[in-house]
Design a protein around this ligand. Sequence first.
Ligand SMILES: O=C(O)[C@H](O)[C@@H](O)[C@H](O)[C@H](O)COP(=O)(O)O
Length: 227
Amino acid sequence: MTVNIHIGSVPERLGQAVYDASQQAIRERGQFSVAISGGSLPKLLAAGLKSYDVDVGKWNVFLADERVVPLDHDDSNYREIRFRIPSLPVIPIDPSLSSDECASEYTTKLVEKLGESPKFDMLLLGLGPDGHTCSLFPGHSLLQEKTKLVAPITDSPKPPPTRVTLTYPVLNAARAAVFVVTGASKADVVLDIIENEESTFPGALVKLSEGTVDWLFDEAAASKLSK
Ligand SMILES: O=C(O)[C@H](O)[C@@H](O)[C@H](O)[C@H](O)COP(=O)(O)O
C-alpha cells in the first residue's frame, strides 16, 4: 500500500483525484465505482468537481455509511450528497427496513453492481475527531467484522445511533482511498494515525491490500505533524 500526504488545497486535490480515477476506471473497465462518506465531504467534493466535466452516467455511487433515517431527513448522507451534487446517481438505502434488513438490502445492491467481492475504484472517506471513519468507531466490535460487506450498527456513539456501514473487508479491497480531513479538532488523531505505525484508530485500519491511500489535510488538521 502506498500512502501519500497532501497539506492544503483540499477541494482542488479532491476534485483532481476523483476526476483522474474516474477517467482511468472508465477507460480500463468501462465504469467508475466509488463510495462516499457524509460529514463535510460532499460539500468539498462538489467544490472540487466544479472545474471538471464529469460523465457520471458510468459511475456506481454507493454510500460508505448511512444513517437509517428517511431519505429526505437532515441526517441523511444520501440527501446531503444529492443536495451538493444533484447529478450523482447515488444508490440509497431503504430506510423503511430494520437496520439488519437495511444492511442486507444494501449488500444485495452492492453485490448486484460489483459482485460478491466488491472492489471499489475509490473510497472517499472522512475522519472524526475520535478517529472514526465510515460508521466504524473506536473500540466497537464492528472493527472485527470479517464476513458482512455492509453491517448494521444500532449503538453508534455519534448520533443518530442506527446506521449501516461498509466493513473493512470491502474497504481494504478498494483500489484507492482518499481521506478528507479538515479542522484543528482532528490534529491529535491525525498525528497518531500518520506517525504511529501501531495506531489502532479506525481510520488507521484502512490498509488497502493493493493501492494507494491519499490523506488530504488542511493546515489545521496537519498542524501537529512533525514533518
Ligand atoms: O456519519 C457521520 O456521523 C459523519 O458522516 C461522520 O462520519 C463524518 O464523516 C466524520 O465525522 C467527519 O466529518 P467532517 O468531515 O464533517 O469533520
